[in-house]
Structures are given as C-alpha cells and as structure tokens.
Design a protein around this ligand. Structure first.
Ligand code: ADP
Ligand code: MG
Length: 351
C-alpha cells in the first residue's frame, strides 16, 4: 500500500554526508594514489616512492622529500576544505598546484585509516599522527624522520562494504597504479618515481630524474616504444581562435599496438580528453597502412583562464575554451607529421 503522506525530509548526519562525498573523490585505490602523488608534486618533491599492498586495499604508502607540513597545521590537516593552496574563489583561475579544494586527505580519513609522518626543514625530529573521520586520533608524537612527508592509507573502504567487495573481485588496481606512475614519470622528468608491492625487493616502476623526455620514455615504456617516436609540436597564438602550445611524442608507422596509449597533460595536469583521443585515432587509421593504434605523449599549455579545472570530482577531466579548434589544430599537425615521416620512410625503402 502507498502511504498518502509525503515522506518526511530530514537533515543527514555530517558523518554520512562526508562519507558519501569521500566515496566520490576516492573512487578506488588508484584515485588515492593520484591524490597523494599530486600532493607530493605540489610540495616540490624530487623523489616520490609508493608502496602498495593488496592492490591498495590493505596499504598505500607515499613517501616524498618535499617541504613537509608545519606542526601547527597538523590538527586541521585532514579536515574537509582545509588547504594551503587556495584562498579566494578567483585564485582558481590561475591555480598552478594540482590540489585546490582541501578534500583529498579528508576524504581518505572517512574511508580509511590515515597516518602522516612529516618533518619540515631545519627541524631535529618529525611528527607522526593518525586521523579518523577528519580529526586527529591523538596528539602528534615526535619521531625520527628524513626530509619530507610520508602518508599511509590503511584498510581503504573498510566502512564501505559494497565498494570493498567489488574491488576485491577485480584485482587490477595495482596495474592501474603502475600505469599512473608511468604517466607521471614521463611528464615530470626531473622527479624520480618508484612503485613496488609491499615486501617486494624490486620496484615495478623506477624512473630516475633525467633531462631528456625520450630517455624517460625509454626507461619507463621500453625501447620498442621509444625508438618508434616522432617529436611533435603545434601552437596557436591568435586570441580570436585559440591560444595554446603543445609538444610531445607520437608513434610512427613502425609502432604496433592494439590499444591506444594516450598520456595527456594540460597545464601540467594529468587529464583525459576523449575528443582529442578520438581525433588522433582517426588520423592514424586513415594515414598509416597498418592502422596501428598510437602511442601519444602530449603536453598542452593554455592560459590558465582558458581552462576550468573544477568540473570533475576526481579532476580527471577539465574543460577548455575553444576545445574544438585546439583539437582540430593538433589533429592537423599530427596528420602532416605522420604523412611526411611515412613518405620519408617509403622514399628511404625505395632507395
Ligand atoms: P589540497 O591538495 O587540495 O590542498 P589535500 O587534502 O590533498 O588538499 O591536502 C591538504 C593540505 O595538506 C595541502 O594543501 C598541503 O598543504 C598539505 N599536504 C598534503 N600532502 C602533503 C605533502 N605530501 N607534503 C606537504 N604538504 C602536504
Ligand atoms: Mg591534494
């Protein structure tokens, strides 16, 4: 029987609200790793090391050598909307840091057990402190520490039974984490990254700081990728159409793969752009006889006011002013590069 009175509306408990919001920001273990690594990059680290246990469900630990966190900030570190990166809404227009909303660490404390160890420059010892549901579990304890910050996320989604179950059945988050670190390491070539399984002697990703993008791609993706790449550049500076600068590497006609690898950074943010990906796949299918799927690394830089970074809860997508024009221009640049390199190759083979 349908009751005739409308259901009563009540206010949700804050802890329920926070856990729901956290579940959107931290969708799976790899989202936690992305937030932590971005925090380490924002802290100007030169070395970032990740350890993972059980695909990230038991443990994710990210250690960096960045600027650390002040002792007096520790009490509010994991509250929602506490950040050192943004003050006014207008700052969003010119934000250079990856983070800006002060939600990542807070979110993790609502769906996992978080322990932070940190030391700032010039201190004799660091501090260790654990958090639960946004608050410190006890006063920070003095401890030995080297430079930087280490953040430990344990028992992710311990309080979200359905999420934990679906993730346990798909054990592929470790490979997603590896993939993520490979992407970061070929963009941030002046930072060294490593990732390994807890207890393993060998790292599964290990990049060393270098000054050559191609060397970095070789060490991360292997020589079968790096020897088949062409350098690509494009830009536009006409304010009436679009303003951007792009450079990167794209695979040539000798490269063979079943799946597209598209590593895209826009204003140093690792993002996805399905329109650009599709545009490039079309060019490859039309231009290259073997119609392999491409490998693409691209870094696009736009005026900060032309990009809206606040359109997606995991910041996976951004929205761009004049996106269609930019995609068209890049598509044309890739097409002409592929044609000329393919002609050069045919010419070479006929000699
Ligand atoms: P956001 O990155 O959006 O500011 P987070 O919740 O990710 O929000 O982090 C909150 C704050 O904690 C950051 O603004 C930063 O000041 C500090 N922080 C987090 N991780 C680190 C780190 N690895 N090194 C130094 N400071 C950090
Ligand atoms: Mg952050």
């Amino acid at each position: 029987p349908v009751p005739k009175d409308p259901p009563k509306i009540h206010r949700l408990d804050e802890s329920v609200v926070n856990r729901i919001a956290a579940g959107e920001v931290i969708q799976r273990p790899v989202s936690a790793v992305k937030e932590l690594v971005e925090n380490s990059l924002d802290a100007h680290s030169t070395s970032i090391n990740v350890v993972v246990k059980d695909g990230g469900l038991k443990l994710i630990q990210v250690s960096d050598d960045g600027h650390g966190i002040r002792y007096e900030d520790l009490p509010i570190l994991c509250e929602r909307h506490t950040t050192s990166k943004l003050s006014t809404y207008e700052d969003l227009q010119s934000i250079k840091s990856m983070g800006f909303r002060g939600e990542a660490l807070a979110s993790m404390t609502y769906v996992a057990h978080v322990t932070v160890t940190t030391i700032t420059e010039g201190q004799l010892h660091g501090y260790r402190v654990s958090y639960r549901d946004g608050v410190m579990v006890e006063q920070p304890k003095a401890c030995a520490a080297v430079k930087g910050t280490q953040i430990m996320i344990e028992n992710l989604f311990y309080n979200m039974i359905a999420r934990r179950k679906t993730l346990q059945n798909s054990s592929d988050d470790y490979s997603k984490i590896i993939d993520l670190l490979c992407r970061f390491s070929i963009h941030h070539i002046n930072v060294s990254f490593s990732c390994r399984k807890h207890g393993a002697a060998r790292a599964d990703v290990h990049s060393v700081a270098t000054s050559s993008r191609l060397d970095s791609i070789r060490s991360v993706y292997g020589v079968s990728v790096s020897r088949n790449l062409i350098k690509i550049e494009a830009s536009d500076s006409d304010p009436s159409s679009s303003v951007f600068d792009m450079n990167g590497f794209i695979s040539n006609s000798n490269y063979i793969a079943k799946k597209t690898t598209m590593v895209l950074f826009i204003n140093d943010r690792l993002v996805e752009c399905s329109a650009l990906k599709r545009a490039l796949e079309i060019v490859y299918a039309a231009t290259l006889p073997k119609a392999s799927k491409p490998f693409v690394y691209m870094s696009i830089v736009l005026p900060p006011e032309h990009i809206d970074v606040n359109v997606h809860p995991t910041k996976r997508e951004v929205s761009l002013l004049n996106q269609e024009i930019i995609v068209d221009k890049i598509q044309m640049a890739v097409e002409s590069k592929l044609r000329s390199s393919d002609e050069a190759k045919i010419f070479h083979e006929q000699m």
